[in-house]
Design a protein around this ligand. Structure first.
Ligand SMILES: Cc1cc2nc3c(=O)[nH]c(=O)nc-3n(C[C@H](O)[C@H](O)[C@H](O)COP(=O)(O)OP(=O)(O)OC[C@H]3O[C@@H](n4cnc5c(N)ncnc54)[C@H](O)[C@@H]3O)c2cc1C
Length: 405
């Protein structure tokens, strides 16, 4: 028995291995990873790890002993370069081949690189891996002027850490507001005000057209002709699915590997989970590729169960969070640009939630420092229950009382 080979040792891959064992998969399980580290948490890399509140040793998801006890072999520091779906083998860099009965592809995503003149020479920092964060931390501490390209989650979290450390921070964003694809204009505005109050200079409607390098100093040239100087440039301009390995092997991909509710691809014994996949999400009503710990973990679990012969569909409500200064942003569900937004609480207190409605249906809730709303919203959205917009807006109304109409 060749057993299960998992490519990628992060949330999705590790969870799939654990879940397969939990459901009685007794054949060998091997997890292949190009990174040399034991599986670790990525979210703190742009949050507590950078600011110093989370240390290197606090990052690891599981220790070596755990994997040994589970009889899961970790093949660290080895990149998978080819999948032979007829021979059922994975080839590693260096030529070694691992045979499999089942394969799980959990190769995640990578940081999109800035492709403008001068970018390659500018030593731009991208933040995706522990090695990136270890490289960034001392450079951020030493920097005076930081230029952040992209007003997404990673850019904003790094901006918060840099601003709190007293750095001069300029953020360049191509569109008209922060986190445009993830949150409503209300949350974008709240975050903008918060960053501006901490001294971050945010410039909208600017794309970067070139980077000029003058020794340790760089000049970021914007589309309107502005030149922004910095001794550290960080780009957070989105993620790209690492699906090339799968696509080359004939696994169906379309901005990520196409999987069903069990993490199965178009090839019966090949599964995929996490950032590298796209799936039909019942809470969104369409196919989506999500980049979140929740998605990677829950999808990994479904795939592991299916591989062990105990299929359970992936139907978890999508969740995400971000920490910036004293604000904890939590998101449950998936909102769309045309949804109606209803506020619960007071934005001026820095404690409020935004409820998103499509027709009369509650689709998503974003909360700033209101974790209780998130707990309830998760249950409501999961059960297709919707308070009326009036109830959502009324702090005196107990959302736990919402029942099916
Ligand atoms: C800085 C940062 C902050 C984040 N903050 C949050 C947050 O607050 N909340 C949240 O929900 N999510 C957050 N995320 C997103 C979250 O970390 C990802 O969604 C999650 O890590 C996805 O897990 P995964 O297992 O799908 O893939 P990944 O974590 O991307 O892991 C994939 C692994 O596979 C490896 N790999 C790729 N190709 C190969 C190959 N050919 N051979 C061998 N190995 C390979 C990769 O190197 C990587 O180690 C953050 C991400 C980053 C980078």
């Amino acid at each position: 028995m060749s057993g299960l080979v998992i490519i990628g040792a992060s949330y999705a891959g590790v969870q799939a291995g654990i879940s397969a064992r939990e459901k009685g998969y007794t054949a060998p399980i091997r997890i292949v990873a190009d990174e040399i580290h034991l599986p670790y948490q990525r979210p703190p890399l742009s949050k507590g790890f950078l600011s110093g509140s989370v240390t290197h040793s606090n990052l690891f998801l599981r220790g070596d002993d755990y994997f040994k006890a589970q009889n899961i072999e970790m093949v660290l520091g080895h990149r998978a370069v080819r999948i032979d779906r007829d021979a059922n083998t994975v080839e590693l860099e260096g030529g070694e081949r691992l045979a499999f009965d089942h394969l799980l592809i959990a190769t995640g995503s990578r940081a999109r690189q800035l492709a403008v003149p001068g970018a390659a020479e500018a030593d731009i920092v991208y933040l995706r891996t522990l090695d990136h964060a270890v490289n960034l931390k001392p450079r951020l501490e030493a920097a005076e002027a930081v230029v952040i390209i992209g007003g997404g989650f990673i850019g904003l979290e790094v901006a918060a850490t840099a601003a709190k450390a007293g750095k001069k921070v300029v953020m360049i964003e191509a569109v008209s507001r922060l986190l445009e694809r993830a949150v409503s204009p209300l949350i974008s505005q709240f975050l903008l005000d918060m960053h501006v109050s901490h001294g971050v200079d945010i410039r909208f409607h600017q794309s970067v057209v070139a980077i000029e390098n003058h020794g340790a100093l760089h000049e970021v040239v914007c589309s309107n002709g502005d030149r922004v100087r910095g001794d550290l440039i960080i780009a957070g301009i989105g993620g790209i699915a690492n699906d090339e390995l799968a696509a080359t092997a004939g696994v169906l991909c379309n901005n990520g590997i196409d999987v069903d509710d069990y993490g199965q691809t178009n090839i019966p014994n090949i599964y995929a989970a996490g950032d590298v996949t796209n799936h039909h999400n019942i809470f969104a009503g369409r196919r989506v590729r999500l980049e979140s710990v929740q998605n990677a973990t829950d999808q990994g679990k479904s795939a592991g169960f299916a591989i062990a012969g105990h299929p359970e569909p992936y139907v978890a409500v999508p969740r995400f969070w971000s920490d910036q200064y004293d604000a904890k942003l939590q998101i449950v569900g998936l909102s769309g640009p045309d949804d109606t937004a209803v506020i619960r609480g007071a934005m001026s207190d820095g404690k409020f939630s935004v409820f998103y409605y499509r027709d009369a249906r509650l689709m998503a809730v974003d909360s700033i420092n209101r974790p209780g709303d998130q707990m309830i919203a998760r249950r409501l959205i999961g059960a297709s229950l919707s308070p009326t917009p009036e109830q959502a807006a009324d702090l005196a109304f107990d959302l736990k009382k919402v029942e099916a109409a």
